[in-house]
Ligand binder design. Sequence first.
Ligand SMILES: CC(C)(COP(=O)(O)OP(=O)(O)OC[C@H]1O[C@@H](n2cnc3c(N)ncnc32)[C@H](O)[C@@H]1OP(=O)(O)O)[C@@H](O)C(=O)NCCC(=O)NCCS
Length: 196
Amino acid sequence: MGPQELGPTITLLAESFAESSWMSSGYAKLLEFLIKQYVVERRSLVPHAVMLVGVYKEGEGEGELACTAEVSFDARGANKDPPTPAAPRNCPYVCNMTVKKKLRRKGIGRQLLRACEELISQMKTIRKVYLHCRLIDTGPFEMYTKAGYSIVQTDSMLILLSFQRRKHLMCKELPPLVDSQFDTSDDEAAPSDRDQ
Ligand SMILES: CC(C)(COP(=O)(O)OP(=O)(O)OC[C@H]1O[C@@H](n2cnc3c(N)ncnc32)[C@H](O)[C@@H]1OP(=O)(O)O)[C@@H](O)C(=O)NCCC(=O)NCCS
């Protein structure tokens, strides 16, 4: 995410959060203020955590911000207040993935997830990637399952007492990085320079 994408990304995250919490879209504007603080803080954690964005372009136009996802690579990039069931803090973790509502079911989410995995493969030697998925989110659950993620642990019913939705912790073991697998023509870092 570059500085010019900050505003549209905050709007997209606020709309997505309002949608997933069944709030009216009017709340999205209020949420933007809080989300901005969060995003600014997360951006300061590069290279331990990054926010990715994708632009959707049709024809010659400039394109529009279509999706975003956050990746933390290690304990320094991990969220201070992580959801349950707890993921290992030193392992790569994907969260806050969302695609603009009108652009869903075009394969963008799948591509974004793949981009997160490719970045993790290039940054880390740890091969396990974790993410959370709420039990009620059957669409995202299908996407993650199709992409090779499986359930590690599920919140117990007791979590309902804290007014939270039950979530699955899911994990995927990435295949070993083969040098020719990704286009690394712009990457001058030798493999030994990669973060451990
Ligand atoms: C989850 C989300 C990112 C998926 O993005 P997307 O661009 O629509 O996903 P894709 O088009 O790449 O779909 C990939 C596969 O996931 C599954 N899938 C995605 N959305 C689905 C839905 N609403 N219902 C059922 N299956 C769904 C399908 O298997 C789909 O493959 P198919 O279209 O060939 O059947 C998007 O729905 C979203 O932003 N949701 C709101 C935020 C959210 O829930 N984020 C995930 C938090 S865990």
